[in-house]
Design a protein around this ligand. Structure first.
Ligand SMILES: Cc1nc2c(=O)[nH]c(=O)nc-2n(C[C@H](O)[C@H](O)[C@H](O)CO)c1C
Length: 139
């Protein structure tokens, strides 16, 4: 059973039987943190706006709605379809990530085409900070 919230926020609605997804085992509390805390709480469905390959990386440009702009920062973290990535650049309406060869090889991200919808999870750290600042600002 899938909750309406999940259908609304994620790309689960466009997956079909046989669609590939990225799975990662839960992080153990004593393990090395290779990336950032990814909870699986998707914020929105982003759209791939551009893809560009060079010798070293595949660069993806993904849409960024205004309500999440404060939560995505250059050199910060973001999860795209469950993969922890570093943000390379941010504009008013997009953010960019670079896929290293390893990530291209072991995740679904290298198959993404322009127009595809992806699950975007912003960093939990930014959410708490934004909430705190909003509460302080409302006093
Ligand atoms: C922090 C981070 N940043 C990037 C990135 O900017 N680009 C990239 O391609 N891979 C990154 N990774 C590694 C991926 O999260 C990792 O390759 C996948 O989760 C598969 O294990 C990590 C962990």
């Amino acid at each position: 059973m899938v909750m309406p919230e999940t259908v609304r926020r994620t790309n689960l609605k466009i997956l079909v039987v046989g669609s590939l997804v990225n799975l990662e085992r839960a992080l153990q509390v004593n393990a090395h943190l290779d990336g950032h805390i990814v909870q699986g709480h998707i914020d929105y469905c982003g759209q791939v706006m551009q893809r560009q390959s060079d010798a070293h990386a595949l660069r993806l440009l993904i849409s960024l709605p205004s309500e999440y702009r404060a939560l995505v920062v250059t050199k910060g973290s973001v999860a795209v379809d469950g993969v922890s990535l570093t943000v390379v650049a941010v504009t008013e309406t997009t953010f960019e990530v670079d896929l290293i060869p390893h990530s291209q090889a072991v995740t679904t991200l290298s198959k993404l085409q322009v127009g595809t919808l992806v699950n975007v999870e912003t960093d939990i750290l930014g959410k708490y900070l934004a909430r705190q600042l909003a509460l302080e600002g409302s006093h």
